[in-house]
Design a protein around this ligand. Structure first.
Ligand SMILES: Cc1cc2nc3c(=O)[nH]c(=O)nc-3n(C[C@H](O)[C@H](O)[C@H](O)COP(=O)(O)OP(=O)(O)OC[C@H]3O[C@@H](n4cnc5c(N)ncnc54)[C@H](O)[C@@H]3O)c2cc1C
Length: 386
């Protein structure tokens, strides 16, 4: 959604300014994906090497995706995209530049689509904490969540040929900023939905842990659960708000409100950490010290585990263990990749949103409001340093 919409409107405006034909190409590509019901990975993040240097200043040019060669029938590209969510279960990869480019970085201002199995592609699957638990025989309780999962990859392209009809930006460095900002804006909006869904599960798990611990009526537990809901719904409200305030672009699709989308994501970099802290508080220390499923099923040790891990009267010990493992999974285990660190860095690290908030917030208009209400006579002010 983020990549499709960002490229849709940017190619339209690029064609207007540069006389190119990217928008129609991209419409055809979207049609192809829809007709064939394809899953497409929105691939923006480059490995980036030395963060203080621009793409063209890097010692190794491949640390940012770049054009090796422009041929009449297509382009040849090299580089990689890091942290690609859902990459191995995607049919296609839709590549975009990772930051705004200057003229000297024009070879890095490139956007295109390739199938995941294009010649020259290598996909390296990322590690996650607790991932070897999945390989244990009969693994179920210890996984916390044996039904759903996610992954990230390092997606590498070594001299991959891209036919011209799949190229949507080729050296138009002036439009890299528009594409990056719009993609990031949509992506920051979507975090007001996806992280909130994970938050709902974690709040439910914390409430169940309180039930199994026998403290659901304790006033501080109820208050902590209310706080978790308040934080989670604030994120949801931001996601809805930036969508509702969206405006039509020249190309006809809709763009979220940039300021509110960045406020949404800035909150997402914080609130899941507080929600997690409260869930761990309610769960108790057993979520990280609990014996394994193998111990539970052991002939000699199993009965001891059941006896000493018993919770509230009338509740089942194994159910208690299951809910604690789910909390572990969401806060520290494999799902924490998506809930905590992805909340922080996904769609851009916190500072990236703060830069956008400072650009979008129109501070001068706010100052003018204050001046009018306070009856400020600006002719009396002597500007400093003059
Ligand atoms: C779980 C997960 C899933 C993701 N999924 C995807 C995906 O599907 N597709 C995709 O394209 N991307 C994806 N991302 C990537 C995400 O967008 C990046 O992690 C994010 O943009 C930050 O980049 P980075 O990880 O390289 O961190 P860095 O850029 O290295 O940031 C680390 C710190 O350095 C600071 N910093 C960086 N550069 C500078 C600078 N020049 N000056 C001053 N400070 C600087 C940052 O503000 C931050 O505090 C995913 C990330 C995660 C964690």
């Amino acid at each position: 959604m983020d990549a499709f919409n960002a490229i849709w409107s940017t190619t339209y405006e690029m064609d207007e300014a540069c006389g190119t034909n990217y928008h129609q190409r991209f419409r055809d590509y979207v049609q192809y994906c829809q007709d064939n019901d394809l899953v497409v990975d929105g691939a923006m993040t480059d490995p980036k090497g030395d963060r203080s240097l621009s793409p063209s200043q890097q010692e190794d040019p491949d640390l940012y995706v770049h054009i090796n060669e422009i041929r009449p029938d297509g382009i040849v590209v090299t580089g990689a995209k890091a942290h690609q969510t859902g990459s191995v279960n995607s049919h296609e990869h839709l590549i975009m530049p990772t930051c705004s480019m200057r003229e000297e970085d024009a070879d890095y201002a490139v956007s295109f689509a390739i199938p995941s199995d294009a010649e020259g592609v290598t996909i390296i699957y990322g590690r996650q904490s607790c991932d070897t638990r999945k390989m244990e025989e009969g693994a179920d309780i210890d996984l916390g969540n044996s039904t759903f999962g996610g992954h990230e990859t390092l997606f590498i392209m070594d001299h991959v040929f891209v036919p011209m009809e799949r190229v949507f930006m080729c050296r138009e460095y002036q439009f890299s900023n528009m594409l990056v900002e719009r993609f990031a804006g949509y992506h920051r909006q979507s975090y007001g939905g996806c992280k909130v869904g994970v938050g709902d599960v974690l709040i439910g798990a914390a409430a169940l842990a309180a039930d199994y611990n026998g403290v659901p009526r304790a006033s501080h537990i109820k208050d902590k659960l209310i706080e978790m809901v308040h934080l989670n719904e604030t994120l949801y409200a931001c996601g809805i708000a930036c969508s509702a305030e969206g405006k039509k672009t020249k190309s006809g699709n809709y763009l979220i409100d940039m300021l509110l989308a960045n406020v949404c994501k800035q909150n997402v970099t914080r609130y899941p950490y507080e929600i997690t802290r409260l869930a761990e508080d309610i769960a108790g220390g057993l979520m990280v010290t609990m014996p394994s499923q193998a111990d539970l099923q052991h002939e000699e040790v199993g009965p001891l585990v059941r006896k000493y891990l018993a919770g509230a009267k009338g509740t089942d010990t194994v159910n208690r263990m299951r809910i604690l493992r789910l909390i572990e999974n969401l806060t520290l285990g494999t799902a924490a990749v998506g809930y905590r660190t992805e909340s922080l860095h996904g769609a851009g690290s916190p500072q990236a949103q703060r830069i956008m908030i400072s650009r979008q917030c129109n501070m001068e208009a706010k100052k003018e409001l204050a001046r009018q209400i306070a009856h400020i006579d600006t002719s009396l002010d002597k500007p400093q340093g003059k």
